[in-house]
Design a protein around this ligand. Structure first.
Ligand code: SAH
Length: 391
């Protein structure tokens, strides 16, 4: 009695509070909660506010705070002053003759990455997202591998790629029947297992049934083989596993996928066997790029079958997609078919991946951005220039 009524916002805490994120779109539930706390929402209410925001942002796809009718007018007005609901800028959007779409997304000044939507015939469609800008792995057949690592993407930046695709496809709310975007594959730029914390946080947000609604079984993470992180990926995310295998002997794999020098085939397969929950309905996808005269002989197809013994597996044969001055050629079609036939006869599904979006340079391994690694001084200068431009 006699006490002043406690208002929802305690703005007196703001001056020494940590920096707030500019946009709330794509933040995970814990990050939304933290943002509300730092903003000054009473601690007892942050959980509820984060859940309300999750629904508006990630389920409904709201672009305006004004739409959030279960938040008080006062709170909506305050939020509008402090945050945006913006996605990162789209620098380029291309649509292929085969329906594939590619977005070049600008996450920050000089930090651009690509995502690709690949419609399938069977009323499903996958979005291929990037987990890093650039890559450290230097696989010799991959265009991204010719680009240095610029940086890891944050969980928010990964989720925002899916939000951009949903905006483009007009697929809000997230639970809509007959969605075109049903699956997510971490097969864009970068090595997801070198950015596992952010990838796991992004998967939590994407798979949230009250939010983006893409089940964990519909999310596949592809790795070049960072063996010690493979069982951890399964335990933390429950996602489907894909392995970029490409060679069945260590000497050749050392050359094509140089991380094999650190984690050889034996180490890799021990880690794969330790992936939690593998069975015939949860199989590992093995990706195998078909390189003319390099890894495409019938003997290698037989060795592949031997190598996979005891692992619930499916094999994805990927015709090599060329890029400017790439050092390989794609195997001839009859060679790919002969390879597939050997693997099929051994009882493995081995679809040949139809190249999609080659005309817009969106096919596997063709992604590369013009972003370059900047020195700390350059980054500071850019950040200052950006601040000055905004004020
Ligand atoms: N770093 C992860 C994810 C990115 S690559 C990984 O290595 O799995 C996604 C898939 O595209 C991988 O299987 C990769 O080996 C394949 N790929 C890369 N370059 C390619 C190219 N030029 N043609 C066909 N597939 C390619």
């Amino acid at each position: 009695m006699g006490q002043p009524m406690k208002t929802e916002l305690d703005l007196s805490r703001r001056p020494d509070a940590p920096a707030l994120p500019a946009s709330l779109a794509g933040l995970s539930l814990p990050a939304l909660k933290q943002a509300m706390l730092d903003f000054g929402v009473a601690e007892t209410q942050t959980g509820m506010r984060a859940k309300q925001l999750r629904r508006w942002l990630h389920h409904i796809g709201t672009r305006e705070f004004a739409d959030m009718t279960d938040l008080s007018k006062e709170l909506r007005a305050e939020l509008t002053h402090a945050f945006t609901l913006d996605r990162p800028d789209i620098t380029e959007h291309k649509v292929s003759v085969d329906g594939t779409q590619k977005w070049l997304v600008r996450f920050a000044p000089g930090v651009e990455g690509e995502s690709v939507y690949i419609p399938a015939v069977s009323k499903t469609g996958a979005l291929c997202v990037s987990s890093q800008v650039g890559c450290t792995l230097n696989c010799t057949f991959c265009h991204t591998g010719t680009q240095k690592l610029v940086r890891n993407l944050t969980a928010q930046e990964i989720v925002s790629q899916v939000m951009i695709a949903r905006d483009g496809l007009g697929e809000w709310p997230a639970s809509a029947e007959g969605r075109q975007l049903t699956n997510i594959v971490f097969m864009g730029m970068g090595e997801p297992l070198y950015n596992l914390d952010n990838v796991a946080e992004a998967i939590d947000t994407l798979s949230d049934g009250e939010g983006m609604c893409i089940g964990r079984r519909r999310i596949t993470v592809s790795t070049a083989g960072i063996a010690p992180k493979i069982p951890e990926l399964g335990a933390r995310t429950g996602a489907m596993l894909a392995i970029s295998l490409h060679a069945v002997r260590d000497d050749l794999r050392d050359e094509l996928v140089p991380i094999n020098r650190k984690y050889d085939l034996q180490t890799l397969f021990e880690a794969i066997r330790a992936y939690p929950g593998l069975n015939n309905s949860k199989r590992v996808t093995f990706e195998y790029v078909m390189l003319k005269g390099i890894n495409d002989s019938p003997a290698e197809a037989h060795d592949l079958v031997k190598l996979l013994k005891g692992v619930p597996a499916k094999i994805n044969l990927i015709p090599f997609n060329p890029w400017p001055n790439s050092p390989y050629e794609c195997s001839d079609w009859n060679v790919i078919e002969a390879f597939a036939a050997i693997v099929n006869r051994a009882g493995y599904a081995s679809p040949i991946r139809t190249p999609r979006g080659r005309d817009i340079f969106a096919a596997c391994g063709q992604l590369r951005s013009e972003s370059i690694k900047k020195s700390a001084a350059e980054k500071r200068r850019e950040a200052l220039a950006e601040q000055a431009a905004q004020s």
